[in-house]
Design a protein around this ligand. Sequence first.
Ligand SMILES: N[C@@H](CCC(=O)N[C@@H](CS)C(=O)NCC(=O)O)C(=O)O
Length: 222
Amino acid sequence: MPELKLIIGNRNYSSWSLRAWLAMRQAGLEFREEMVPLDLPDTRQRLLEYSDAGRVPVLFHGDLKVWDSLAIIEYLAETYPDQPWWPEDPAARAHARAVSAEMHSGFAALRSEIPMNIRATGRKVDLSEQAKSDVARVLALWQGCLDQKGRKKADGSFLFGPFCPADAMFAPLVSRFRTYGIELTDSLQAYADAVWTTEGMIWWRDASDQESWTIPGEEVGN
Ligand SMILES: N[C@@H](CCC(=O)N[C@@H](CS)C(=O)NCC(=O)O)C(=O)O
């Protein structure tokens, strides 16, 4: 098999990069990465050298290029079926894909009003009604997964028991909810803490602490 190479943005800010990267890392894949820091004068031109979409993440596998986080995950799940990806049970798998697709295509207000900044803490913002409704929907989605019929606590602390791509899709929200002090019930906080303390997330957070780039207006603690 040719090597896998993932192009990502800087870790502190690039929420879509985190999704693909964490899914790959937690699935145990070996891959190389290259980083294009976001919001610099040459960012656009550098992104276009990798993909006409001008966005990260981008996966290269030999001659193949995949330029979208969820498409990357689906491609890898098909290509490396022996690694742990989606839930085995078809109903749970469909559910996991539905919540992942909803995250992928929605929550625009939430995403723009509380951008990911992993290093920042203690932020307070007045959310619009739409963003509040986005937050409520995410929390309901999480609770719905945790309440699934037949799901046993012993199966794991994540949405579908063991870590799966749905948890990677929501990992940036776990970070945002911490940064902006979004209140969670005890069971949702336990879920968020489980994602926050996965091996991959700890590694990503430590690495984002080492980064020196700061997007204007996104200074830490601001
Ligand atoms: N739907 C795409 C979204 C990718 C995306 O918007 N990535 C942002 C970074 S998190 C980006 O590349 N922005 C370009 C820029 O900031 O110049 C995916 O799922 O991969």
